[in-house]
Design a protein around this ligand. Structure first.
Ligand SMILES: Nc1ncnc2c1ncn2[C@@H]1O[C@H](COP(=O)(O)OP(=O)(O)O)[C@@H](O)[C@H]1O
Ligand SMILES: [Mg+2]
Length: 299
């Protein structure tokens, strides 16, 4: 392991210990166990659909009665607020100011999904002093009062802030398309991640598929490689069809699940949300008649 990786690991272990201590204190004194789920959405290659999944999944889960907090942590391409139809100038980093509380930096989007822009913060957080980190940690801890599920839209690839988020989250959704370059980059993430931690909590989401076969194919290709070289297999959480509704909704700056709830892509996201909540396999989603017509007429 490289020096940097070892250092990162120690840092994360220290943090995990501290978290566990604080949780214990919370449970002992206030009788409240922190049951908030944290799900990071990441990818190897950029532009494969992370933000769209993060936003639409958040909306679907909120519709299902969960309180969602969506954190935009993609430094390069922060655009959760674009899809939420609003602009925010606030960011996590303001929490370092004693007068600013979590509620002050939280915005409310579609269906009442709460979201926070972490953009400037993520980069800055890497250079914070220990006491500043503690302050941020403490204030952010209150996310668990405001949300049942925290969803983090991370950047793509293997830079340090992406890895930190991925490692810190309990569940990770790794999104890929069937494109060979996207697959290769997804594998690189799995590989890097497997050297950092023994926890195997990455699940695949295959985006922009033409038919279900595509999804099985991707899962098989990834698993052939991970089994051979890493001695591990990766579960598939679900898939999302290539769908004009996604493209149109992005242009309209709306989540597709709201703009076209009957579209194949939206029905897939509802099923993925359902699977996350029930723990059962994603139900098969058919493309439907409209999509058939779209294909027929070349959309
Ligand atoms: N299922 C899909 N069907 C059609 N187009 C899609 C789909 N998913 C993503 N796209 C297209 O890809 C673009 C990038 O998606 P985005 O969610 O911003 O990716 P990322 O956050 O990974 O960079 C979208 O603007 C959209 O045009
Ligand atoms: Mg994005």
């Amino acid at each position: 392991m490289s020096d940097q990786a070892a250092k990162l690991r120690t840092l994360l272990e220290e943090r995990a210990e501290e978290d566990a201590r604080e949780r214990k204190i919370g449970e002992l004194y206030f009788g409240m166990a922190d049951t908030t789920r944290v799900i990071a959405i990441t990818s190897g290659k950029g532009g494969v659909g992370k933000t769209n999944l993060a936003v639409n999944l958040s909306v679907a889960l909120q519709m299902a009665g969960q309180r969602i907090m969506l954190v935009d942590a993609d430094i390069g391409m922060a655009n959760v607020n674009l899809l939420m139809g609003s602009v925010t100038n606030r960011s996590l980093i303001e929490l370092l100011d004693d007068d600013v509380q979590l509620e002050d930096v939280v915005e409310y989007g579609v269906e009442g999904v709460k979201y926070i822009s972490g953009v400037a913060a993520v980069e800055a957080a890497l250079n914070l002093s220990r006491s500043e980190q503690r302050k941020l940690h403490k204030k952010l801890g209150r996310c668990s009062e405001l949300a049942d599920i925290v969803i983090i839209d991370t950047g793509a690839g293997l830079n340090r802030n992406v890895i930190e988020f991925v490692l810190a989250a309990e569940e990770v959704l790794l999104i890929t398309t069937p494109e060979p370059t996207s697959l290769a980059d997804a594998y690189a993430v799995i590989k890097a991640y497997s050297t950092y931690t023994a926890r195997r909590n990455i699940k695949l989401v295959v985006n922009r598929i033409r038919d279900e076969e595509d999804s099985f194919d991707v899962a098989e290709r990834i698993n052939q490689t991970t089994k051979k070289f890493l001695n591990m297999s990766i579960e598939t959480l679900g898939y999302i069809y290539e769908d004009k509704a996604v493209h149109d909704a992005v242009h309209a700056q709306e989540p597709f699940i709201i703009a076209e709830p009957d579209s194949p892509a939206a029905r897939c996201v509802f099923e993925i949300a359902n699977s996350l909540l029930s723990g059962e396999k994603m139900n098969s989603v058919s493309r439907g008649w409209r999509a058939f017509l779209d294909r027929l007429f070349g959309y």
